[in-house]
Design a protein around this ligand. Structure first.
Ligand SMILES: Cc1cc2nc3c(=O)[nH]c(=O)nc-3n(C[C@H](O)[C@H](O)[C@H](O)COP(=O)(O)OP(=O)(O)OC[C@H]3O[C@@H](n4cnc5c(N)ncnc54)[C@H](O)[C@@H]3O)c2cc1C
Length: 227
């Protein structure tokens, strides 16, 4: 017999279970809640902090953030050029009139803003829940953590990033594993108001070197450069 542990949750049977409180999982939770669809987010980590990195968000992505009530984050991107070996790759970062530009921002600053929004909307996140397996039944699904907690819901959505556990459960042959990308990125952060752009430089051993800008914390009043 399966012991349920759902009495603390508002909508155990009807809720959508989202696995992963990253950018994808939190964004989905916000948008479901805006549409009055109950949901619960399950997150393996017990908190978010520590080292961060820069993420570049396209103008369309910024539009989605703004729709979710997240404004004035990161730094606008004016130009982006990347080299992979000798191939130069150019990205179109031009914005349309009256639209915000693509941005570069730290992952932590995005999390802070999304979590702030999630709190305002009273969305539930259950931390320290590492999805291990799932039981499907006629009317829904039960998510089971590696330490035996059970959460019941109607549907389960995987937003658990690279090496997704959900994907490997749905499709055991998918080889949903992380693997070495072929280059190493080293990040250093220092405070400065100078703007620089992100680039990957070619060196004899492969692609190396990047720099980007963004705030570590949304309330920072200076820009942090990553190199
Ligand atoms: C150095 C670096 C730079 C990047 N730059 C960019 C960029 O410029 N632009 C861009 O679009 N993307 C960039 N990416 C990719 C970026 O990481 C993703 O776009 C983004 O973070 C994906 O968000 P996500 O929510 O899908 O996944 P993640 O951010 O990976 O979130 C997944 C969450 O699921 C949780 N989780 C995992 N397994 C389980 C489990 N079994 N049970 C419960 N929870 C679980 C994790 O703890 C995590 O919180 C970059 C990645 C790196 C490493």
């Amino acid at each position: 017999m399966i012991s349920m542990n759902t009495k603390d949750y508002k909508y155990p049977k009807e809720q959508i279970i989202i696995v992963g409180a990253g950018i994808a999982g939190l964004s989905l939770a916000i948008q479901l809640t805006e549409n009055n669809i109950p949901c619960l987010v399950l997150e393996a980590r017990d908190h978010f902090s520590g080292a961060t990195s820069g993420v570049r968000i396209s103008a369309n992505g910024v539009k989605v953030l703004e729709k979710m009530g997240i404004h004035h984050i990161g730094e606008p991107t004016e130009k982006l050029i990347m080299y992979f070996g000798n191939n130069k790759i150019s990205f179109n970062v031009n914005k349309k009139p009256n639209e915000s530009a693509a941005i570069i921002v730290t992952r932590l600053a995005i999390f802070e803003k999304l979590r702030q929004r999630v709190e305002e909307m009273d969305i539930q996140i259950l931390y320290d829940f590492t999805l291990d397996h799932v039981i499907e039944h006629e009317t829904g699904v039960i998510a089971i953590s590696s330490n035996g907690k059970h959460i019941e819901g109607k549907y389960l959505v995987g937003a658990d990033g690279v090496g997704s556990k959900v994907r490997s459960l749905l499709n055991p042959d998918s080889k949903s594993n992380k693997r070495y990308a072929g280059y190493l990125g080293i990040g250093l952060i220092y405070p400065s108001d100078q703007k620089i752009e992100m680039s990957l430089f070619n060196n004899v051993n492969g692609n190396i070197g990047l720099g980007s800008i963004g705030r570590i914390h949304p309330n920072d009043n200076y820009t942090n450069n990553f190199l």
